[in-house]
Design a protein around this ligand. Structure first.
Ligand code: ADP
Length: 660
């Protein structure tokens, strides 16, 4: 086994790999960009090497600098994580040339699976079912149209070099084929520098089911069952689970066999994932193979009790597979939810800012949190906006689901928009609860998921109560703080205060009076006796009438976030409640944080924008990034237009701050 490894990645996956290295007594070396100097993976590692003064992604893609760091620190192997260099065949080759083990498959296997058309042709030869389609070299438009007619409409045109759901077009009628082909080619050429396409049958209401496979350097192959990743937004996974709901032993055996044959066909070594698209009748087709550890690997770990990173390390060190197929256990059901800094109400637009508050659910044998950030860290536009992965296990799916709901309800995040509330709603939909899932679930349930929602009465009352408790604490001479009430609330004066709060279009006033044993709150003409205790973290124990409950009330500027039973309510202040946490600005300037392409401009020059409001969308490395207004002000002019390619540091917007 290795004595020291280097992790060529960042964030939660770097932390995840370090954890296993430590458990096995292996020294872990981190590498980091300038921006990540104090990142969690750097703090966790035994040793860390700065690999570049560039703030953004480039250091993690710098093969020379990473190999240098490995040589200097004496690391014998490199774990690439996922993303970055994990599926880069040149990197795998360069490691081999330097005598450093690449913890991943042979470069040849990466190359073979790197192109959708070549991989499909190879799978067909290996007897693995492939979506009916055309993936030949001849790209003549008339021939492609003929092939579409042969396959039968609807068809899907896909960029051969595609990824991240880009360069895909569904076509329903022959008359639309030529136009769709042309636009798909344009998009593919712009995004991947390669305009070759393939045409395949469009599968209606499909499920995305993938198999975890492993091969060793002695010619052994196994699979570790399947994961269902059908719940997606923007063609990207958000909730994953294992096993797949409704999977039968017979179907698992035939899909598992196909997955293992796919791995065997490319002489695979290490951890890989074979992705299938599955029709409602259970018919399945090979989609692609990912030649690395997947983001969602923890659900497999939860049901098998195995450490997949440990398996990767053993295999890279030349050992045989730790277990034969029949000895791999499957116990219960696991779910993973990806916690993202993104705004579900704004088409899941990534959000940046400081994690002013990040409290995670209690973890234990059946609840796991894989995270690369801590409270006080920033979510920057440089990297993926994933905050954490929440993974739960149960003896069966209903128990796992119940644990997921509870764990989501314990999350407290403030400072960035996030999808925790959305995930709570999603797992509560009857369709998801019944395991009735396919890739269209979120769109189909939109009416339920995005319906306008009204906060319950306790939310309004809890905000008002927290406000007076905080004002009282602030007024105490021993605990001066910047939370001074500004509207005449005095300890010994006419102790009455009216607060006007807003949620969406509705506004309500809460009248607060001091009473003998606490306060009286008046809402819509009803008076409720209230008392409570509030700590400095915003944890509130509130008694309203006869009921006592615990909640959290946090400030974001003059907004208040209330966390109640898995839901987060944002109540805005209709007057101007004082900000509790100071007014730091959202990080992120108005220059391009990385090389990329401008997808859209969202603001109108001359119009006033609020801090944090997205001004334009930049696409880089499969990800879309919003460049947001740093302050209240206005865009004087955009220096770029949709479609423009920009270099890192290019000025994007002339911005004028609104005088205070
Ligand atoms: P990418 O590499 O761009 O992520 P994939 O080929 O992996 O593209 O497909 C991404 C998603 O697109 C799948 O998970 C599925 O939801 C959908 N998809 C792919 N192929 C088909 C198809 N033939 N019919 C319907 N949906 C498809």
């Amino acid at each position: 086994m290795f004595e020291k490894i280097l992790i060529a990645n960042r964030g939660e996956i770097a932390c995840r790999v370090i954890r296993t290295a430590r458990a096995l007594g292996i020294w872990a070396v981190a590498v980091h960009s300038d921006a990540d100097r104090d990142a969690r993976h750097v703090r966790m590692a035994d040793q860390a090497v700065a690999i570049g003064t560039d703030a953004a992604r480039r250091p993690y893609l710098d093969i020379g600098a990473i190999l240098d760091a490995a040589r200097r620190t004496g690391a014998q192997a490199i774990h690439p994580g996922y993303g970055f260099l994990s599926e880069n065949a040149e990197f795998a080759d360069a490691c081999a040339r330097s005598g450093i083990a690449f913890i991943g498959p042979p470069a040849e296997a990466i190359r073979a699976m790197g192109s959708k058309d070549a991989a499909k042709a190879m799978m067909e030869r290996a007897g693995v079912p492939v979506t009916p389609g055309y993936h030949g070299a001849d790209q003549d438009a008339a021939l492609l149209a003929e092939q579409a007619a042969r396959i039968g409409y609807p068809v899907l045109i896909k960029a051969s070099a595609g990824g991240g759901g880009k360069g895909m077009r569904r076509v329903d009628r022959p008359a639309d084929f030529a136009g769709a082909l042309a636009s798909c080619r344009r998009e593919a050429a712009a995004a991947f520098g390669d305009d070759r396409v393939l045409v395949e049958k469009y599968i209606e209401r499909p499920r995305h089911i993938e198999f975890q496979v492993f091969g060793d350097s002695h010619g052994n192959y196994v699979h570790l069952f399947e994961r269902d990743c059908s719940v997606q937004r923007r063609h990207q996974k958000i909730l994953e689970e294992a096993p797949a709901p409704g999977m039968t032993a017979q179907r698992r055996a035939s899909m598992g066999h196909a997955a293992v044959e796919a791995a065997r066909a490319v002489g695979y070594v290490g951890a890989g994932t074979v992705e299938f698209i599955v029709r409602p009748d259970g018919e399945f087709y090979f989609m692609e193979m990912n030649t690395r550890l997947q983001v969602e690997h923890p659900v497999t770990e939860m049901i098998t009790g195995l450490d997949l990173v440990e398996w990767q390390l053993r295999i890279a060190a030349g050992q045989a597979l730790p277990l034969p197929q029949e000895a791999i256990p499957l116990r219960g059901h696991a779910l993973e939810a990806r916690i993202y800094a993104e705004d579900p109400d704004k088409d899941f637009l990534p959000s940046t800012g400081m994690l002013r508050r990040l409290a995670e659910p209690r973890t234990g044998p059946d609840v796991r949190v894989d995270s690369g950030v801590e409270q006080g860290d920033a979510i920057t536009p440089h990297y993926d906006p994933m905050i954490a992965k929440l993974i739960v296990r149960g003896d069966d799916r209903p128990q796992a689901l119940a644990r997921m709901r509870q764990a989501l309800a314990q999350y407290r995040i403030a400072g960035v928009a996030n999808n925790v509330d959305f995930l709570s709603r999603l797992v509560a939909t009857p369709a998801f609860a019944q395991g009735d899932i396919d890739t269209g679930l979120i769109e189909r349930e939109a009416a339920l998921l995005f319906a306008p929602r009204q906060p319950p009465e306790e939310a309004w009352l809890a905000v008002a109560l927290a406000e007076v408790l905080r004002a009282r604490a602030a007024a105490s001479p021993l605990r001066r703080s910047p939370w001074e009430p500004h509207d005449g609330w005095r300890l010994n004066g006419p102790a009455e205060r009216r607060m006007r709060l807003r949620h969406g279009g509705s506004e309500r006033a809460v009248l607060v009076r001091t009473a003998e044993a606490g306060y009286e709150l008046e809402l819509d003409g009803r008076t409720i006796a209230a008392r409570g205790e509030l700590d400095s973290q915003g944890e509130l124990s509130a008694t309203l009438g006869a009921d006592t409950f615990r909640t959290t009330v946090l400030a974001e500027g003059s907004d208040r976030l209330v966390f109640l039973a898995g839901r987060t309510w944002r109540l805005a202040d209709a007057e101007s409640l004082p900000g509790w946490t100071g007014g730091d600005e959202a990080p992120g300037g108005l220059s391009a944080p990385m090389p990329g392409k401008v997808l859209a401009v969202l603001a109108e020059p001359g119009r006033l924008v609020e801090p944090g409001q997205p001004l334009l969308i930049l696409e880089a490395m499969k990800m879309e990034h919003a460049v947001a207004a740093p302050r209240r002000g206005k865009v004087v002019a955009f220096r770029v237009a949709p479609g423009d390619l920009v270099a890192e540091g290019d000025e994007l917007v002339d911005f004028e701050t609104e005088p205070a």
